[in-house]
Design a protein around this ligand. Sequence first.
Ligand code: SAM
Length: 253
Amino acid sequence: MTSRFFVENDFRSGTVSFSGPEFHHMVRVTRHQVGDTVRLFDGTGKEADAELTFVTRHAATLNVSKIETVPEETGPRLSIAIPLPKVSRAGWLIEKAVELGVANIIPIKTARSVVDPRSTKLDTLRQNIIAASKQCGRSRLMTISPVVEWSNLLKKECAGMGIVVAHPGGASFTEALVKESLAEAATNAKSKKATSTPEIVAVIGPEGGFTVEEINQAVSEGARLVSLGPRLLRVETAATMMASVFIAAQLSD
Ligand code: SAM
């Protein structure tokens, strides 16, 4: 695959200049030279070929051509609601979520979650999203919502979505269960006259688990409790597994 580089701002046909981390990656790490063609993307679906025309010690100039808009994915969407773990483990989670096509991460605050994502952490995670999107060929960046409190997640943020809460002892999280939740979400969306694609949100608890009150509240708001098997998974493993089962359900359609 042609090397891909991220352009923060809107780009047009003509020339574009690179400096900073993307310049470093293009010229120092992947050692592109004048005459090479690379692929540019802006994270909103716009992509283009570009030829490297000029390189100095700190910047590169490219000639942009063949701009195209990659069609938006139309299938069901998956969001993951999760208390973000510490930055090294959150970085791993973000990388896998981007590769597995997760649309959005919703950081949640629960009774037992401890780490509140600071803006520096969110900046690092955004860099992780860009790096993973470059690597896996994704055109639209996965988003990270602002932090949401537990009851707002259930009542507002995820209204109209199929909510599946990972909790030991729940029903097995299978492809069939994903399909049922999507069908339910589609019916909800219709009754609300929404035109959006069906979406499910996979909710994962903190290392200390959910409280009994949080689980009761989830059930009374119509969420399904789901088991991820007999072993206790770390939060990032639980998220990766749920995204994988979600993909498997789409592939088996
Ligand atoms: N001591 C906690 C408990 O008993 O709930 C363990 C929490 S676990 C490390 C963190 C979160 O991952 C859980 O709240 C749950 O959402 C999810 N999780 C991990 N393993 C799971 C499993 N086997 N089945 C369902 N959810 C699981």
